[in-house]
Every structure is written in C-alpha cells, then in structure tokens.
Ligand binder design. Structure first.
Ligand SMILES: [Zn+2]
Ligand SMILES: [Zn+2]
Length: 341
C-alpha cells in the first residue's frame, strides 16, 4: 500500500508503507473513501513543529470498514464510517462528559492520507452513516471528521445561540465552518474577519452578515463599531497565534465568551489583561466525537454543506501538491481521493 509520509520541511512523499492491520481486538481497518490535508498538518510541513523522523500523515478520514477485531461490536465490515483525530473509548468519565479528545484511553489517529487506515477503539471512535452515502455527500461527511466538528465546537464553546452577535477570527476552513455553525445555531449578526476575497465570499455563503478586513487593534475597533461599542457576545478563535487570541479576547464584550480551537503556537496570556477583560474562555482540541451523530444527520438531510471548503480535489498520489497549495494559501483545503482498489 502507498501512503503519505513527511520527511522534513516541505518534503512530503507518497510512497510504499506497511499496510495497516488489526493489531488489537478493539481495532478496525477501513478503506479510505476520501482524506484531506489539515491546517494543522502545515505546522510540521513548514518545519515549525519539526517531525524528527519520517512520519505518516493524515488524521481526517471517512471510508468503508474492511475488517474489525474480535471485540468490536458497534461497527461491521461494509459500513461507511466517520471518525475523529483522537480515537476514544466513549465510556470513560471524560468521554461521558463530552470531552472525548481528553479520553483516558485516547490515541492519536495518524496515516489517513493513504488507501487504508487502522482505527483504534473502533466502537467508541467510529460512527456509521445510515447507509452507503451518495458520492456527492462524501466531501461533507469527510469535513465532519475534523474541520466541521472543530468549527462547531468553537461555536458551542463560545456559547453561540439564537440572536447572539458572533465574531469569527480566522478565515481558514475551520473559521469558515465556524461561520456555518454559528448560522445553524441561530446567531444574529455574524462578523467574519478576513482579507481574502474568495474566503469572504464563502463566509457570506455560509451565513456571515459582515466582513471585517482590519486586524489587531483596528480589527477590534471595527468589531466594537458594529456591536454598539461593547464587543461581540461570542467570539470564535480559529487561528492560534498571539495576535488572533488577543484579537478574540478584546473583541468580546464583558460577560461574553471566546471559543478557541486554533492550536496555540507561542500564545501567552497576561493575567491582568485577562482579569479585566471579563470574558469566558473555553477551547481545546474539539471533541468531534460528541457531535458526530448530529452533524452526520445534518449532512444526510442536506441541511448543511461543509464540503464546500474543499476547493481543490486531487488524486491521493498528488498529495504533495495539496500541501503546497495550502501552504501558499492558493487553496483553502485539499481533498484527496485514493485510487479505487
Ligand atoms: Zn485536522
Ligand atoms: Zn474515554
């Protein structure tokens, strides 16, 4: 089998790798229907979080179950399934509380940019669709595996609800799907912060009512202008830099909430600043598993179309082009299709 391996900075190779197998009784092996490149894959790709050794890439996936271990009960071969980037048992106290990405037995899923994938803790991790999906739904089902689930968590963590004013910091795929999530949750005004025309267009399509192109203090001032001088009720932070985090905190009204899902790189918060900001902060790796049944249903009923964030589709063997296109922001998100096998 061939799969995607990162060797070092901007050195992505599609090469022969060991075929995955059931190693534990709770494992499943799935045949990937579609995979994609994640914004977080770009951190090691750019050498900001160096890999150190050749590393199989990919953690967003959907596909058909081929084989299950003898302890697996809830999914069976032939079913179409979606999972998240952390495998979870879905039974421990943290899972029961809805924080499956903090599962006491969590395992990072890797190597999904390949033809096949081993998924640990299959019963807790994978959720099957009602039947085999039509081809046009596959991009949206794939999006649920991470970006859509993460955008949804950002909105949920920011306490988005009917009529609330929402700001979304970040116009990557997660930010754009944060807009879509806020719209689904009944938000009133949705302000997307973006400087890129194609992304602004998609943000509007997903439900943004206003676009703010300014950043930093100017961006905060612009949000205040749009929200009666107080700031937004809910702010979704979908980048993970110092600037974006400060922008999010200071664009929030006193008593409002920040949902932060951008993986922080070099973010440090000043205690006094935070103290006087008077905001709720909630975030972390999105517990996508909590939302999978609901999001699968919304896609299945064709009420949401998060697959629109994929503006580049490539055969899996051309995966390196997908990384390069996202690295230079020529593409929002690249979908990868393995050859039929
Ligand atoms: Zn991801
Ligand atoms: Zn658990």
């Amino acid at each position: 089998m061939r799969g995607t391996v990162l060797y070092g900075t901007r050195d992505i190779r599609f090469e022969e790798v060991p075929a995955p197998a059931v190693l534990h009784p709770t494992d499943a092996v799935i045949r990937i229907a579609a995979a994609c490149v994640c914004g977080s894959d770009l951190w090691p790709y750019r050498g900001i979080s160096p890999v150190g050794k050749p590393t199989p890439m990919g953690h967003e996936y959907c596909g058909v179950v081929e084989e299950v271990g003898r302890a697996v009960r809830s999914v069976k071969p032939g079913q179409f399934v979606i999972g998240s980037f952390f495998a979870s048992d879905n039974t421990c106290p943290n899972c029961q509380a809805g924080y499956q990405t903090s599962c006491q037995h969590r395992e990072l899923v890797g190597g999904a940019q390949a033809g096949r994938l081993r998924v640990p803790l299959a019963d807790g991790t994978l959720v099957a669709t009602p039947e085999m999906p039509p081809a046009d739904l596959i991009p949206s089902l794939l999006a649920i595996s991470d970006v859509m689930g993460t955008g949804w968590f950002a909105a949920d963590a920011a306490n988005v609800g009917p009529g609330k004013n929402v700001v979304v910091v970040g116009d990557g795929a997660v930010g754009l799907l944060g807009v879509l999530s806020a719209k689904q949750m009944g938000a009133g005004r949705i302000i997307a912060m973006s400087r890129h025309e194609t992304r602004q267009k998609l943000a509007r399509e997903f439900g943004a009512t206003d676009i703010v192109t300014e950043r930093g203090d100017e961006g905060i001032a612009r949000v205040k202008e749009l929200t009666g001088g107080v700031g937004a009720d809910c702010v979704l932070e979908c980048v993970g830099t110092q600037e974006s985090m400060m922008q999010a905190i200071h664009a929030t009204r006193p008593g409002g909430s920040v949902g932060y899902v951008g993986v922080p790189h070099g973010v440090a918060l000043n205690g006094q600043d935070l103290f006087y900001a008077h905001v709720h902060l909630h975030g972390g790796p999105a517990p996508v598993r909590r939302y999978l049944p609901q999001l699968i249903d919304l896609v299945w009923q064709r009420k949401i179309n998060p697959g629109k964030v994929f503006d580049l589709t490539l055969p899996l063997e051309r995966v390196a082009e997908g990384y390069a296109a996202m690295d230079t922001r020529r593409a929002i998100k690249a979908l990868l299709r393995p050859e039929a096998a």
